[in-house]
Design a binder for this molecule. Structure first.
Ligand SMILES: Nc1nc2c(ncn2[C@@H]2O[C@H](COP(=O)(O)OP(=O)(O)O)[C@@H](O)[C@H]2O)c(=O)[nH]1
Ligand SMILES: [Mg+2]
Length: 375
């Protein structure tokens, strides 16, 4: 097989038939398969199954009953189950016109590239289908920010956030990807220097249904950028630093309200511990949540650890000050740094350790496959 067309879908029922018809019309005699990776909560799977049965070319669907990592996770699942070396990723709402596919294939066949990117921003392309001026501005600004953060890897790539691209699976390591949110191409390009080429395309209006983009996706995207650029440990440090400031502000506020300073410190610390946990959950370790058991367990582990840490750290600081001549602030800083490293290791390896496997059903012509999301 020459090509697997991976289509992530979330409630895209009304678009399926039209999408397959237009793909079929442009692919002609080529050998290819379409693989829907579906997280829908509506009747989309039934529509895909019916369309697959009637289709002149192979159409498969992988329905994820318990979706992991949203759109990005769906595309990674697609890469894992694709039968071809070359994979084309495109949206299921026809904003990515199938009529652009032949140009992408021709560019790949000309050789010398690992990924051919369909770009809204290359000359000849347009982004008119973006819903409104706000989304256009957000898209432009985030593209600039992203390119500034990866000047070398994204050199010559005008649209690293596009969801429409043709990629050689041998050019990258699927298992090294840590998809968060919508931007899977960025995840691939930021990890390894790939040889890229671009083909302009006209980003169309949605055929039917509604967009799933949201403010929340935007926050995920910023976290993704931070993590790709600086690593999980920096995101963790950012949250820790932010927490330290919030801690002091709460303490100051309570003292002003007349609360005794030790009591204020204890209340501020407990509130910060809870706040930090929530930030870790939804930002730093968001991609690992679904595999690491119950949130309640993680909270108890994190809460106990942070309290234990304070109980151990403060006497150590006191011993340092008493037995050597270093200033107390320096001693406090040293214990904080040591505690930070231990806290990071504990959260990454214990609190967010993968705890279960997920089953993914593959239809119509394959049995259920057990997929471990992470080793
Ligand atoms: N499998 C899967 N597909 C998704 C998810 N979220 C969005 N999609 C699909 O990804 C594509 C792009 O999403 P869309 O809502 O059109 O985003 P927009 O084009 O940025 O407004 C569409 O085909 C969606 O159905 C998800 O959580 N899982
Ligand atoms: Mg769309």
């Amino acid at each position: 097989m020459d090509l697997t067309i991976i289509v992530p879908t979330y409630n895209e029922g009304p678009n399926v038939v039209e999408l397959l018809a237009r793909i079929g019309a442009v692919m002609g005699e080529r050998d290819f398969e379409v693989l829907f990776v579906d997280d829908s909560t509506d009747d989309t799977p039934a529509i895909v199954r019916a369309a697959a049965a009637a289709s002149p070319f192979p159409v498969r669907m992988l329905h994820r009953a318990e979706p992991i990592a949203g759109l990005g996770g769906a595309v990674v699942e697609g890469f894992r189950h694709a039968q071809s070396r070359w994979c084309l990723v495109m949206d299921g709402d026809l904003q990515h016109p199938p009529e652009t596919i032949p140009a992408l294939l021709e560019r790949a066949e000309a050789g010398g590239v690992d990924v051919v990117i369909a770009s809204r921003y290359a000359s000849g392309g347009t982004s008119k289908g973006l819903a409104d001026a706000t989304r256009t501005a957000v898209s432009r600004a985030s593209t600039l920010l992203t390119k500034a953060m990866f000047p070398r890897k994204l050199h010559g790539c005008s649209d690293p956030m596009t969801g429409f691209f043709l990629i050689d699976r041998e050019g990258f390591d699927v298992e090294a990807l840590r998809p968060r949110g919508f931007k899977i191409l960025l995840e691939v390009l930021a990890r390894r220097q790939l040889r890229t080429a671009e083909v302009p395309f006209n980003f169309a209006e949605r055929h039917a249904g509604a967009s799933k983009a949201s403010f929340r996706q935007g926050v995920r995207f910023l976290t993704q950028l931070t993590m790709l650029r600086f690593g999980r440990m920096s995101a963790f440090a950012l949250v820790g630093g932010f927490g330290a400031i919030v801690n002091l502000v709460i303490m100051w506020g309570l003292i002003r309200l007349g609360v005794e300073y030790v009591v204020a410190a204890v209340i501020a610390s407990e509130l910060t511990i809870i706040g930090n946990f929530l930030l870790l959950e939804y930002l730093v370790f968001a991609d690992m949540r679904s595999e690491s058991g119950r949130m309640r367990h993680r909270f108890v582990q994190s809460f106990l650890f942070n309290n234990l840490e304070a109980v151990i750290r403060i006497p150590i600081m006191w011993m340092l000050v008493e037995s050597t001549n270093i200033p107390s602030v320096l001693a406090a800083a040293l214990t904080l740094v040591a505690a930070f490293v231990v806290r990071f290791v504990f959260h990454a390896l214990v609190v967010y350790a993968p705890k279960r496997t997920t089953v993914v059903a593959v239809t119509p012509d394959r049995p259920a496959v057990g997929v471990r999301a992470e080793p």
